[in-house]
Design a protein around this ligand. Structure first.
Ligand code: ADP
Ligand code: MG
Length: 351
C-alpha cells in the first residue's frame, strides 16, 4: 500500500529509526531483531523477552502477513484491489472477499471524519501524477487533466457495501490505500504477535511503528526522522500499546524544472499539499494514525486541529517547510531533541 513498492532493496529511507539506548543499569531482556523486505519496504521486527526460536517463528509469520497484504491491496500490481478497481466503474454490485470489508469500511469512516482530506478513492489522481510507479519521474500532469479529475469528486461515500457486495456509484472512483497500507500491516502484525503470546515487541514498517509492552524493564525508545536531512530529529519513549506514524513529503517525490512534486495530494486542488514537510501522529492503532498523518499534512497549519479532533487523534507533531516544529504540551514533555541546536518549537493547544 503505501504505494507498495516504494522502496527498492537498496533504499534506506526509514522515517523512524529504532534507538535502543541504555537508560538503566539492569541487564535488558534478550532482544530478537529481524529485518524483512515486505510491501516493497524494509520492516524491522523487534521482540523482547522470548526465546530466539519463538521470536524467529513469529517474525516469519509476520512476513507472511505482509506478503498477503501486498497481494491483496497493491494499488498497481495485480491484486484484489486492482480487480476491484477494474469493476467499480461499471456501476453494478459485485462480490468482494469478506476479509477486505473491515478495512474498506474503516477507510470510509476515516475519510468521512477527515472531511475527505484522507481520500483513498482518488487513485486516478495519484496515478495521473505518476505515483503508481516504483520510481516516480514526472513531469507533472496537464493542469486540465488534474482539474477534470478533481471536478468528478471521487469519494469513499460513493462506494456502497451491502452483504459483501460492493458497488461504485461514481465512475471516477479508483481505490488507492497507499496512505494506510503500512499502518494496516503493522496493526495486523501486532495482532498476530499477540495471538502467538508475544507481549513485548515493535513492528516498524519503514516508519509506521506500533509498540507493545516494554524492552525488559525499560520503555522502547523510538527515533523520529529529521524531515530536512539524514538522521534523527528527536526521540520518544513508548510503551504499552501505542503507534507512531509519520507522513512526510520527502518520502516520494520527483523534481521537474527545479520544482519538487511530492506524493501527498490535496484532493481539493489535485496538487501536492503545501506548507508542511511532515506530520507525526501518536495514537493507539496504526491505521488511524496513518490516515490522520496524511489528512493533517493536507489540512495544514490552519485546519489540522479540527481534523485531528474529528479523527479522535490527540498527539501530533507537525514540521513546516522551514523546519519549525509544532506540538502540544503533552507531547512536548515526551519528546527529546537529538539535534543541536534544537529546532524552533511552538507549543500548540491540544486538538
Ligand atoms: P508517507 O509515504 O510519508 O508515509 P502517507 O502515509 O501520507 O505518506 O501516504 C502517501 C500515499 O498515500 C501516496 O503515495 C498515495 O498513494 C496516497 N495518497 C496521497 N495523497 C492522499 C490523500 N490525500 N488521501 C489518501 N491517500 C493519499
Ligand atoms: Mg498515512
Amino acid at each position: 500500500m503505501h504505494d507498495f513498492p516504494r522502496y527498492s532493496l537498496l533504499a534506506t529511507r526509514y522515517c523512524l529509526i529504532l534507538l535502543f539506548t541504555t537508560v538503566s543499569c539492569s541487564k535488558p531482556d534478550p532482544l530478537y531483531q529481524e529485518q524483512i523486505l515486505a510491501l516493497g519496504a524494509l520492516v524491522d521486527i523487534s521482540i523482547s523477552g522470548v526465546e530466539p526460536e519463538r521470536a524467529q517463528q513469529a517474525a516469519s509469520a509476520i512476513a507472511q502477513d505482509f506478503n498477503r497484504i501486498h497481494r491483496t491491496w497493491h494499488a498497481w500490481q495485480e491484486s484484489e484491489l486492482t480487480r476491484i478497481n477494474a469493476q467499480l466503474p461499471g456501476g453494478a454490485p459485485f462480490p468482494v472477499q469478506a476479509d477486505l470489508i473491515p478495512l474498506l469500511t474503516r477507510a470510509q469512516e476515516l475519510s468521512r471524519q477527515s472531511e475527505g482530506l484522507f481520500n483513498p478513492a482518488m487513485g486516478k489522481l495519484i496515478g495521473l501524477w505518476g505515483f503508481h510507479s516504483d520510481e516516480p519521474r514526472g513531469p507533472p500532469p496537464d493542469p486540465g487533466a488534474i482539474a477534470a479529475l478533481v471536478a468528478q469528486r471521487p469519494a469513499m461515500n460513493d462506494l456502497r457495501l451491502e452483504n459483501s457486495l460492493l458497488q461504485g456509484r461514481n465512475p471516477a472512483v479508483q481505490l488507492d490505500f497507499g496512505a494506510i497500507g503500512q499502518g494496516y500491516a503493522v496493526d495486523t502484525a501486532i495482532a498476530h504477535l499477540r495471538r502467538l503470546g508475544i507481549e513485548n515487541a515493535i513492528v516498524n514498517a519503514s516508519g509506521d511503528i506500533r509498540v507493545i509492552g516494554k524492552h525488559g524493564a525499560r520503555p522502547w525508545r523510538i527515533g523520529i526522522r529529521n524531515p530536512r536531512g539524514p538522521g534523527i530529529l528527536a526521540s520518544i519513549e513508548m510503551q504499552g500499546d501505542e503507534s507512531i506514524v509519520t507522513s512526510g513529503t520527502y518520502e516520494r517525490f520527483f523534481e521537474h524544472q527545479g520544482r519538487r512534486y511530492h506524493h501527498i495530494i490535496d484532493p481539493r486542488s489535485g496538487y501536492p499539499a503545501r506548507g508542511l514537510a511532515s506530520v507525526t501522529v501518536l495514537h493507539g492503532d496504526a491505521v488511524t494514525a496513518d490516515a490522520a498523518s496524511t489528512a493533517l499534512l493536507v489540512a495544514g497549519l490552519k485546519d489540522w486541529k479540527r481534523v485531528a479532533r474529528a479523527m479522535g487523534v490527540k498527539q501530533v507533531m507537525l514540521i513546516d517547510e522551514q523546519g519549525k516544529v509544532y506540538m502540544d504540551a503533552a507531547l512536548a514533555r515526551r519528546v527529546y531533541f537529538e539535534i543541536t541546536p534544537a529546532p524552533d518549537v511552538e507549543i500548540t493547544g491540544s486538538p
